[in-house]
Design a protein around this ligand. Structure first.
Ligand SMILES: C[S@@+](CC[C@H](N)C(=O)[O-])C[C@H]1O[C@@H](n2cnc3c(N)ncnc32)[C@H](O)[C@@H]1O
Ligand code: FES
Length: 452
């Protein structure tokens, strides 16, 4: 007896444009419809829905197989899903009109497909062609640049409930031919839809990219658009060994803090849970940004008082976030520079969330030493960051973020657990340990055990 009453596999194997495949025939829409219908009927705990790779039956896609019966369905469409879930999954009666049970034909098609695939791969290899994986990585900037430009121009908001090229170009004060080319690329990327001359937002774009939508991410994503310009200097930065200042860089503090807030708001409760609030009265939140972590601690315990130290230009934004959260009585804000200012004394926790990667080893060690002096007995220094593997060549997000720091800061980088642990110990902290959190960053925590 397996762990599930029913196990469904839906093929979602992506293939190059123009090559027959289940996704090209709509398997992703089938997958979402299945998930919705299974949840709506309350059988989610009985049924395991799994995506799978190519089964060699691509011309007949979308293909799906259901176990334990081993029933195969072909050319499934979203409109078939209510019947499959109701009749087959709930009542145990397969949907005859969609069943594909010509095993010998299926086997022959699959074997033939496998042979063609291997021959095509061998021919490409012999011709010295770049593998798809490399091509995708190399050209990855193209979709990215289209989305970022659309966000910079606020095209998704302008498209609104629907508009044609001339209307959109007029609102943007832009060239209609060029706007049309970009709009068509956004349609090809699945970010807009097109009917005749009219363009519309997809439900996803309307939700995440349009001003006024509750889940609008545009402000934070404009930070990524700003980062683009820095990344364009990477070749020079590597050659010279230093970041290249960008002439005429636009004011981007608000976008940066908005991007930080989006991320920190979701992570802060995880950090509060990992550290706990027992015995925590005074917190120093170095480079607190949007204040998300101080806000989460204040909301978790009325005993907590937190001080945020951040740069003068950020403080008005921090104040706004703290006051919106309704915790101004518990969270105070100090304008300053953590590289030079006195931290004070008697803190139970000093937090460095997404801070250490901005600084050099020497700067971090100096911050750790001064933080150690400012902690109370039993107090904790808490670092949250992307932590590199011991050889520093992964995980990928941490290694790429180090490049982000190379092009964006004077001496920043991402660091390994051994480096953080070493600095904590040199600074006089004990019981240093790593706490793994869901998502890309972890905590390194050290405690004050002996008096100075
Ligand atoms: C990557 S953000 C992290 C913000 C916040 N801790 C979070 O995790 O959401 C870095 C923060 O450090 C602040 N910062 C950078 N250099 C600083 C300095 N020398 N002194 C104080 N704050 C600084 C920035 O203004 C920004 O708010
Ligand atoms: S892509 Fe689905 S079976 Fe080949």
């Amino acid at each position: 007896m397996g762990p599930f009453r029913i196990h469904l596999f839906v093929c979602t194997q992506q293939k190059p444009e123009g090559v027959p495949s289940c996704p090209a025939n709509g398997s992703l829409a089938v997958l979402s419809a299945l998930d919705r219908e299974i949840q709506a009927r309350g059988i989610g705990n009985d049924v395991q829905l799994t995506t799978c790779g190519c089964m060699g039956l691509c011309d007949e896609g979308p293909v799906m197989v259901i176990y334990p019966e081993g029933v195969w369905y072909r050319r499934v469409q979203p409109s078939d899903i209510a019947e499959i879930v109701g009749q087959h999954l709930c009542d145990g009666k397969p949907v005859d009109r969609l069943i594909w049970n010509d095993a010998s034909a299926m086997k022959a098609m699959s074997v033939e497909h496998g042979e063609h695939f291997r021959q095509a791969m061998a021919a490409r290899d012999k011709a010295g062609m770049l593998p798809d994986r490399l091509n995708e990585m190399i050209r990855g900037f193209m979709p990215s640049r289209c989305i970022l430009t659309a966000l910079e121009l606020d095209i998704f908001t302008v498209v609104g409930d629907g508009a044609n090229v001339e209307q959109i170009a007029m609102q943007l004060h832009a060239n209609a031919r060029a706007v049309g080319i970009l709009l068509n690329a956004l349609v090809a990327l699945g970010l807009l839809s097109k009917s005749g001359n009219d363009y519309r937002n997809t439900p996803e774009s309307a939700r995440f990219f349009v001003q006024g939508s509750r889940d609008n991410h545009r402000d934070g994503l404009l930070h990524t658009a700003n980062i683009w310009h820095r990344w364009s200097t990477l070749t020079d930065a590597v050659s010279r060994g230093a970041r290249i200042p960008i002439a005429g860089a636009t004011e981007w503090t608000a976008n940066f803090i908005a991007a930080m807030q989006r991320n920190a708001r979701d992570r802060a409760p995880l950090v509060v849970k990992a550290l706990g609030t027992a015995g925590v009265r005074r917190i120093l939140d170095l480079g607190g940004g949007s204040g998300a972590y101080s806000i989460a601690f204040a909301k978790a315990s009325s005993d907590v008082r937190s001080e945020i130290l951040d740069l003068p230009e950020v403080v008005p934004l921090t104040s706004e976030y703290v006051s919106q959260a309704g915790v101004s009585a518990q969270v105070s804000i100090r304008a300053g520079d953590m590289l030079h200012d006195n931290f004070g004394s008697g803190y139970d926790i000093i937090m460095l969330n997404a801070i250490c990667h901005m600084f050099s080893e020497e700067q971090n060690l100096d911050i750790f030493r001064r933080a150690r002096q400012a902690l109370a007995q039993n107090g904790r220094l808490v670092v949250q960051d992307f932590i590199l593997n011991p050889d520093k060549a992964g995980p990928q997000h941490a290694a790429l973020f180090s490049v982000n720091m190379l092009v964006g800061t004077d001496a920043g980088a991402t660091y390994s657990e051994a480096e953080y642990t070493g600095w904590m110990k040199v600074a006089g902290l004990s019981e240093v340990r790593r706490i793994e959190l869901p998502g890309p960053s972890d905590l390194i925590v050290g405690r004050v055990k002996q008096s100075l």
